[in-house]
Design a protein around this ligand. Structure first.
Ligand code: IPM
Ligand code: MG
Length: 369
């Protein structure tokens, strides 16, 4: 089995946290005979500075031929004035779209040691283990038209424009993400919520109709419909009522940031973005990335939390390479260093030891020995 990775650190803290993944790969190749090879590339602002695009054609080609892409983070204030289609986020969106990564798995786990680091009370988040399944290649992120048109001046001489984004879903897109979510539910607590806004959006009506049809193929799974605004509220009121939540691209973006904070910090949440299995090989295109962004405010200081990045790599072990035991081991190692009281600044608590990005990475690897 080929194990070719493409590492795209991106911008800001992306390069710092990716360095910890590189250390982990070197460790695994040496001590566990994993046989990973990797190339690196540029994405986001760093690609724009170098190539004038948020990702170059060469790096897109590398992504297409890799067995898995490991992605850091993109963006930063220095690119605020880049043309819209070349802004750092455009590189990430192109990767998702061109690789067909429609299924985004965002697990939110509250590690025991961090139950007091959450902004919510311990009893609300303790033991939390939920999975947000976010549709990633459709909806308002990609729907056309997506434009601003000039309308000319109004009667008071004030220039007017109209901005349009398009929320659009077709049956097959909803069907395939729902099946991923129900399949995941079957491996977990067999409980699934589908979140939409069918009370105001016609795309939500179709969403619900298609998800219900898929639900009828999974009679063992307890199916619940929930309006997306209510889901946002319930996530902070009583998050443990959920197990799997399936939702569209935009609601999934918002709900997963909320879910992240239940775990203590945005720096804790990994994600996997998967394509459809190839008809011949059965292999899925895949990209693994932390849910957090490039954190320009702390970039370059060596203090970023590398856990979401390392946990994203663990998801690659699990979903792209079927190295389940190794993935478990890396996740235990993360839980272990947290239990030992090591903390990056974002999750710092009284009585714990504050460590740098590098020290956190080293400590996680040391647990694997
Ligand atoms: C995420 C991010 C991205 C998104 C941005 C960086 C384009 O917020 O992965 O959640 O909106 O999908
Ligand atoms: Mg987001």
């Amino acid at each position: 089995m080929s194990k070719k990775l493409l590492l795209l650190p991106g911008d800001g803290i992306g390069t710092e946290i990716m360095a910890e993944v590189e250390k982990l790969i070197a460790f695994l190749n040496e001590n566990r005979d994993t046989g990973f090879s990797y190339e690196t590339g540029l994405v986001g602002g760093s690609a724009y500075d170098e190539h004038g695009e948020a990702i170059s054609e060469q790096d897109m080609a590398k992504a297409q031929s890799a067995d898995a892409v490991i992605f850091g983070a993109v963006g930063g204030p220095q690119w605020d004035n880049a043309p819209y289609d070349k802004r750092p986020e455009a590189g990430l969106l192109r990767l998702r779209k061109d690789l067909g990564l429609f299924a985004n798995l965002r697990p939110a786990i509250c590690y025991e040691a961090l139950a007091d680091a959450s902004a919510l009370k311990r009893e609300i988040v303790e033991g939390l283990d939920i999975l947000i399944v976010r549709e990633l290649t459709g909806g308002v992120y990609f729907g056309e038209p997506k434009q601003i048109t000039e309308l000319g001046d109004n009667e008071n001489g004030k220039n007017q424009k109209r901005a349009v984004d398009t929320q659009v879903y077709e049956t097959y897109e909803i069907d395939r993400i729902a099946r991923v979510a129900f399949d995941m539910a079957m491996t977990r607590s067999k409980k699934l919520h589908s979140a939409d806004k069918k009370n105001v959006m016609i795309s939500g009506v179709l969403w619900d109709e298609v998800v219900r049809e898929v639900a009828s193929d999974y009679s063992e799974v307890e199916f619940n419909h929930i309006l997306a605004d209510n889901a946002a509220m319930q996530l902070v009121r009583n998050p443990k009522q959920f197990d799997v939540i399936v939702t569209d691209n935009l609601f999934g973006d918002v709900l997963s940031d909320t879910a992240a904070m239940l775990t203590g910090s945005l720096g804790m949440l990994p994600s996997a973005s998967l394509g459809a299995p190839d008809e011949k090989s059965g292999k899925r295109k895949a990209m693994y990335e932390p849910v957090h962004g490039s954190a320009p405010d702390i970039a370059g200081q060596g203090i970023a939390n590398p856990i979401a990045m390392i946990a994203s790599f663990a998801m690659a072990l699990r979903y792209s390479f079927n190295m389940i035991e190794l993935a478990d081991e890396v996740e235990w190692a993360i839980a272990g260093v947290l239990a030992d009281g090591l903390r990056s600044g974002d999750i710092m608590q009284d009585g714990c030891k504050k460590v740098s990005t590098k020290q956190m990475g080293d400590a996680i690897i040391a647990k694997l020995v």
